[in-house]
Design a protein around this ligand. Structure first.
Ligand code: FES
Length: 191
């Protein structure tokens, strides 16, 4: 039988609420919308690495915006994921310098090893999503992959790629963010 109760509305953790309040104080009351980008980043970190329509509605509510104002921004910037992602989102730079240093081969290799496809669903084990992105501003260390706040550089050898994947596979939880000084919220125990 189908469940009859609606899914619980998403809620920010206390730590995230405090961080959102701190960010909002940086802007005049009538310019709340200026806090939208950082708050979307917080939302993405809180809710499994992507922003569902319900999470975007929560962001709109918290900032006193119309939902469409949030959708316009979340669909414009590629750093916001609009579909469920794996535990780790690998953002592979494909711009000139990284391409010349083998980003195409790196992408093909990561697809082979993880089973995920660039722009497609996460790997079957739920660990990896692959995305291609433009210049990550670290061209001198090409080819580059960004995973959250960390850059993995000079991924032009099998050893370097293996070391990155091993580190990510061994990561039980995502690293805590600066405002989570007391550890990850309980709701993120499985992230
Ligand atoms: S081209 Fe890849 S970091 Fe700049």
């Amino acid at each position: 039988m189908e469940p009859t109760t609606a899914p619980a509305k998403p809620q920010f953790s206390e730590a995230a609420k405090a961080e959102i309040a701190r960010i909002c104080k940086q802007y005049p009351e009538e310019r709340r919308k200026s806090a939208l980008l950082p708050v979307l980043h917080i939302a993405q970190a809180e809710f499994g690495g992507w922003v569902s329509p319900e999470v975007q509605d929560l962001v709109a509510e918290v900032l006193g915006l119309a939902p469409i104002e949030v959708y316009e921004v979340s669909t414009f910037y590629t750093m916001f994921n609009l579909k469920p992602v794996g535990k780790h989102v690998l953002e592979i730079c494909r711009t000139g310098p990284c391409m010349l240093r083998g980003s195409d081969e790196l992408t093909a290799h990561l697809e082979r090893i993880t089973g995920a496809k660039v722009g497609g669903a996460p790997s079957e084990d739920g660990l990896f999503t692959l995305k291609e992105v433009e210049c990550l501003a670290a061209c001198g260390f090409a080819p580059i992959v960004q995973v959250r706040e960390k850059y993995y550089e000079q991924l032009d050898t099998q050893e370097a790629v293996d070391a990155m994947l091993l580190e990510l596979r061994n990561q039980v939880h995502r690293p805590a963010l600066p405002w989570e000084e007391n550890g990850l919220p309980n709701a993120l125990a499985n992230n």
